[in-house]
Ligand binder design. Structure first.
Ligand code: PEP
Length: 256
């Protein structure tokens, strides 16, 4: 199976930006600018409080809405958290899990990433599972070991059927929000390593069908080259997703 038959997904991660009214406006603008661009799926992952208005603004368009985190329990005394069923009912179709900012600032581990992923999939959400090495790991030459280990731990116990609703986002931590981008060859190399690990876990047919995104300072200037790589099936985009015109240009780059 070749890249052409995998689903290309361009997803924005708004992080902690956009009030509900700003979100409605940005979703509408993004939808207008990306209308008819059917060469990829377009997703905007928004703060919890924006999900319902964003989903309403996205109705009837090609933009799908996602959340940025989910708790693994169905309900209960977990102040500040949201369950998968809450996200679904609010209008989310996707959820980002394991973003490096959550691993770095909020104590997220491969174990909790795995638990959140299982809960999200069981509820019917599609998961954008983030993993990637920090700068010291790249400099020590252990990127392959790190991403292989994360892939195995984060997917532990997830069935081949559920894997169909998982996207892996390879996000080298040193490239997120820093303006530093992995070169297209670096992105390709690591996405191929991840695919190879998934091949070992689920078989190569499942691995060939898996969408693997690159994330880390992707923008309208570098997207085309990154997306031209055979194992890079889309992007997870932070900063540039906040500006609909820039994000739409990345969607354009994914049409090729
Ligand atoms: C991200 O938030 O996942 C990300 C890749 O951010 P940025 O594009 O700003 O580096």
């Amino acid at each position: 199976m070749k890249k052409e038959v995998r689903k290309v997904v361009i997803a924005g991660n708004w992080k902690m930006n956009m009030t509900p009214s700003e979100a409605a406006k940005a979703v509408k603008e993004t939808a207008e600018l990306t209308a008819g661009k059917n060469g990829c799926d377009v997703v905007l992952c928004v703060p919890f409080v924006d999900i319902a208005v964003a989903a309403e603004a996205a109705k009837g368009t090609n933009v799908k809405i996602g959340a940025q985190n989910v708790h693994f329990e169905a309900k209960g005394a977990y102040t500040g958290e949201c369950s998968a069923s809450m996200l679904l009912e609010a209008g989310a179709e996707y959820v980002i899990i394991g973003h490096s900012e959550r691993r770095q600032y909020f104590g997220e581990t491969d174990e909790t990433v795995n638990k959140r992923t299982k809960a999200a999939l069981a509820a019917g959400l599609k998961v954008i599972l983030c993993l990637g090495e920090v700068l010291e790991e790249r400099q020590a030459g252990i990127t392959a070991e790190i991403v292989s280990m994360q892939t195995k731990l984060d997917l532990a116990g997830i069935s081949a059927e559920d894997l169909k609703n998982v996207i892996i986002a390879y996000e080298p931590v040193w490239a997120i929000g820093t303006g530093l981008t992995a070169t297209p060859d670096q992105a390709e190399e690591v996405c191929a390593i991840i695919r190879n690990v998934v091949c070992g876990l689920y078989g190569c047919e499942a691995a060939e069908a898996l969408t693997i995104q690159y994330g880390g300072s992707m923008n309208d200037g570098n997207a085309a080259e990154l997306l031209s790589k055979v194992n890079v099936d889309g992007g997870l985009i932070g900063g540039a997703s906040l500006v609909p015109a820039k994000f739409a240009k990345i969607v354009d780059a994914a049409q090729a």
